[in-house]
Design a protein around this ligand. Structure first.
Ligand SMILES: Nc1ncnc2c1ncn2[C@@H]1O[C@H](COP(=O)(O)OP(=O)(O)OP(=O)(O)O)[C@@H](O)[C@H]1O
Ligand SMILES: [Mg+2]
Length: 317
């Protein structure tokens, strides 16, 4: 049973599968065997630039799977903003980026070590905030889902309110605890949190935390646990999935990919374990390339990957 079916059943034909609102960034990613010490100069043959940001990469994941997506966020009037804009267009996501004249686009420096794990340094935002007025009511009324990442909080809270009234399915990537997050998660139907978020706000990153999230309002909740997989579920019960074994080049954006694919499968009508299995496959495949987006699969590739791997043992908790 798909827990979002009462929402989806009332939607009729809508143009957009998903509108995404939040953070978009320019990532510089370098992979080194070992992090350098002071006064050392390291060389690497694996250094790349990619567009990033949680909701932004989730929108790309959905578009790569075949979904119709648009993204709302802010950039500065600089070459990084232009790059971010072009990356969306290349990936078939309709970008709605507000150019902030005195602001600088967000830049993240991502260091990936020999195991594929990453450390990130991000510039602090000078982009000010969007408001709910920046998201056209007409587009919202013509969308099936809204995905948020907790950035652009003022616009997110206002848009979430309108989106609920318009019958959209609302999803939140609860990556880090920031002001307004608890209020936002109470307005969303699907809330999947990072392990860090669960440790900061709740009892810990485990099944109890997922139950706690469910008690706060969402219909579907979960926690992602990196290479240890995820726990997702609803009032009907929880499911634990391991991560797919993957040859990890870079795990940047695996969570973003998971959120996008999970929501996409749910709004297409899949049940929770099937949606989480697709999300795990998309996230695992996203780690095969440097950067958050280069490795994102098409639906055909993700389904092929699932078919060729051994059945993922899904445990009912
Ligand atoms: N090394 C890995 N191998 C295979 N799958 C992975 C790996 N790391 C992550 N995943 C998949 O991606 C999902 C999300 O990962 P994770 O919990 O690290 O997200 P996150 O904390 O939101 O991080 P980020 O937002 O930086 O991507 C996991 O539940 C898992 O399915
Ligand atoms: Mg994340």
């Amino acid at each position: 049973m798909n827990p979002l079916s009462p929402i989806i059943a009332n939607q009729g034909n809508r143009r957009w599968d998903c509108l995404c609102l939040g953070c978009c960034a320019f990532d510089v990613i370098a992979r080194v065997e070992e992090f350098p010490h002071h006064d050392r100069k390291e060389f690497t043959d694996t250094l790349a630039c990619d567009a990033g940001g949680p909701a932004a990469t989730a929108s790309t994941a959905i578009a790569r799977l075949g979904g119709r997506c648009a993204f709302f966020g802010a950039v500065g009037e600089d070459i990084f903003g232009e790059y971010i804009q072009e990356a969306f267009a290349r990936d078939g996501v309709e970008p709605h980026l507000k150019e902030i004249p005195q602001g600088s686009s967000l830049i993240s420096m991502v260091w990936v070590d020999g195991t594929g794990r990453r450390t990130i340094i991000s510039s602090k935002s000078t982009l000010g905030s969007l408001s709910a007025k920046d998201i056209p009511h007409k587009m919202l009324a013509d969308a099936r889902a809204l995905h948020l990442d907790g950035h652009q909080m003022e616009a997110s809270l206002g848009t979430a309110e309108q989106a609920r009234e318009l019958g959209l399915a609302l999803s939140l990537d609860a990556g880090s605890l920031r002001p307004g997050m608890e209020e936002l998660l109470r307005r969303c139907h699907v809330v999947v949190a990072s392990a860090r978020f669960c440790r900061e706000l709740l009892a810990g990153a485990d099944a109890r935390a997922v139950k706690e999230l469910l008690s706060m309002g969402p219909t579907v909740a979960g926690v992602t646990l990196g290479d240890a997989g995820c726990i997702v579920g609803s009032e009907e019960g929880l499911f634990q999935l391991p991560a797919y074994p993957a040859k990890v080049m870079d795990s940047t954006g695996a969570g973003d990919a998971f959120h996008g694919a999970f929501l996409y499968a749910l709004i297409k009508g899949d049940d929770i374990p099937t949606s989480a299995r697709l999300a795990s496959a998309v996230a695992a495949l996203s780690t095969r390339e440097l950067g958050g987006r280069a490795g994102l699969p098409t639906l055909e590739e993700a389904e092929g990957f699932i078919a060729e791997k051994e059945d993922l043992p899904i445990k009912r908790l």
